[in-house]
Design a protein around this ligand. Structure first.
Ligand code: GLY
Length: 129
């Protein structure tokens, strides 16, 4: 595996992660994430979240009946052996009050190669300014 192969894998896996979040596909999310995933995200109101239960709540909600699309903008990927960090802005297009709107979030995600498979171990999401 070359450095470029690892970079391609991290971008593909991150895209897959965002698609499964958008689709409410819990099985794929669980497969991609380490059970001890940690994060800071706006929904946790400044608290560090540890584990997957907090995230599962959102997957149990009814899926959106209107189209939602996430786009990774200008990703920066750093590979450090068996650890990878990807940082980017995520644009999410959705329908609100019948009109298309776009939200922007700054996201940093950390991946760890465990037994030869990349697992998502930490992320930080905040609204882009
Ligand atoms: N809110 C779940 C995630 O961004 O991974």
């Amino acid at each position: 595996m070359s450095l470029q192969d690892d970079r391609d894998s991290i971008l593909d896996l991150t895209q897959k992660l965002l698609v499964c979040i958008t689709r409410g596909d819990w099985d794929t999310y669980k497969e991609l994430c380490c059970p001890s995933l940690t994060c800071f995200e706006p929904e946790a109101l400044g608290n560090l979240v540890d584990g997957l239960d907090f995230h599962q709540y959102y997957f149990n909600l009814p899926a959106s009946s209107t189209p939602v699309q996430s786009t990774i903008v200008a990703p920066h990927i750093r590979i450090m052996g068996d650890v990878a960090v990807i940082a980017y802005v995520r644009l999410t297009q959705k329908i609100a009050d019948g009109k298309p709107v776009t939200a922007a979030m700054e996201e940093t995600r950390v991946w760890h190669r465990q037994q030869g498979k990349w697992k998502h171990v930490h992320f930080h999401r905040s609204p882009a300014r």
